[in-house]
Design a protein around this ligand. Structure first.
Ligand code: LLP
Length: 414
């Protein structure tokens, strides 16, 4: 038997629900710290940039920057938030994909480093930022991987990156503006379990080192897989680190670049398992051999099952000691859409309305992908540290979601 992946036990689950209500995103400080430390131990000397797209709660970001992580940011607001919670601009790398002129202007004003992935973007950046700048290039070297085709970011079917064929023109643009290409970057995809694939992707990246005299870093992206299903095994991070670091060291020696730095951009690995989405059963509807278990959350808070057919671990918290029949449960939300299914065909002691249910592995790509669909607020977020609970963000109020100015404007319409 694998241990229950939803780490939140019944006592704390009930206390949290009483104090903060549900739905509620709950994060474990101990697990977050552990994942950061594990990465730092496995990749000594590498610069770890937390991919804040996975979870941009300001308090968590603050913790990660204090614990020594840099930031991978992909929008001007991500950059602004990282800087607002104290990240060092030199440890923030903005990786833009199809940024608008306004995006580029905002990022330029912020003073962070940039990683660009299209020839017109390089041209626009050069014109905007003036001569003598440093840039990094995001490449697509035809290696991709990941848990679902939507998250594979290398290869022909991916919109990301400059191809090898485009590199001469990229260098011409940089040269014409006196820009130095100091970084080469790729991110092959998200949810990669195979270190061999990751290493294979490094080969074409490292092969380019001799062509770039100003290079100070290579960035191999993020994507470290995290187990969701019971049959999935955690990656051997220490072995992964050893393999990657030795390969990069060999490249430093071969190409006489002792100072070449390695950057990595893990997102999911840092936050995924530390987060649980706690909710209350609102309705139980037996239908033949299945039971619809309605929750006070749904695809508006955790869209991954609907979007990627993602499987999230589930735990229920039955009240009392009464024997319950085991039921095949479909955990569904309150959204008016049949795709609003968070978990299918799970064997659980038949839940009752008012009881708690939690979904695990909700720390990454949970809150950040939440929406106001059906005009519902995003939930609160709490950090637990043993028995200490800290509210990091309150649930949204009606006025925060629907600006009263817009209601006033509507009521002025003829
Ligand atoms: N670096 C870049 C350039 C990326 O595009 C990403 C993720 C990362 C790093 C971090 O990847 P991670 O270590 O978190 O796997 N919403 C999807 C995942 C999309 C990932 C997008 N890019 C999901 O819920 O599975």
């Amino acid at each position: 038997m694998t241990p229950d992946p939803v780490w939140l036990g019944p006592r704390r689950a009930r206390r949290l629900a009483e104090r903060f209500g549900t739905p509620l995103f709950v994060y474990s400080r101990r697990l977050l710290r552990g994942r950061c430390r594990a990465l730092q131990r496995a990749f000594p000397g590498a610069e770890l940039h937390y991919a804040m797209k996975a979870n941009s709660n300001p308090s968590l970001l603050r913790l990660f920057t204090r614990w020594g992580l840099g930031i991978d940011a992909v929008s001007p607001w991500e950059v602004a938030l990282a800087l607002a919670v104290g990240a060092d601009p030199l440890k923030v790398l903005f990786t833009g994909n199809n940024p608008s002129p306004a995006d580029l202007a905002a990022v330029h004003a912020s003073g962070v480093r940039v990683n660009l992935d299209a020839l017109p973007t390089l041209e626009a950046w050069a014109r905007l930022s003036g001569p003598g700048r440093e840039v990094s290039l995001r490449l697509n070297l035809d290696v991709g991987g990941g848990h679902h085709r939507h998250v594979v970011t290398g290869g022909r079917d991916s919109k990301f990156g400059l191809t090898l064929a485009e590199l001469p023109e990229a260098r011409r643009i940089a040269g014409a503006h006196g820009h130095r290409i100091v970084g080469l970057h790729q991110h092959i995809g998200s949810g990669v379990f195979d270190v061999k694939l990751f290493l294979a992707a490094l080969e074409p990246l490292l092969a380019l080192v001799p062509d770039f005299p100003d290079l100070s870093f290579v960035d191999a992206g993020g994507g470290f897989g995290v187990p969701y299903r019971p049959e999935e095994r955690p990656v051997d991070l220490a072995a992964w680190g050893h393999a990657v670091l030795s390969r990069v060291q060999r490249a430093r020696e071969e190409h006489h670049r002792p100072g070449l730095r390695l950057l990595l951009e893990p997102g999911r690995y840092v936050v995924c398992e530390a987060g649980v989405l706690l909710s209350t059963v609102t309705t139980v509807k037996p239908r033949g051999d299945r039971v619809w278990v309605g929750l006070d959350t749904g695809m508006h808070h955790l869209v991954r099952p609907a979007l990627y057919q993602a499987w999230h671990p589930v735990r229920s918290y039955p009240r009392g000691r009464r024997e319950r029949p085991t039921a095949r449960c479909w955990l569904v939300g309150s959204i008016c859409e049949s795709g609003d299914v968070l978990a299918e065909a799970r064997a659980l002691p038949l839940p009752e309305a008012g009881e708690l249910v939690a979904l695990g592995n909700a720390g990454a790509y949970g809150y950040v992908m939440a929406s106001h669909y059906n005009l519902r607020p995003r939930p609160a977020e709490v950090l637990v540290d043993g028995d200490r609970f800290t509210l990091l963000r309150a649930a949204e109020t009606f006025e925060e979601v629907v600006n009263p100015r817009e209601i006033a404007r509507a009521n002025k319409m003829r």
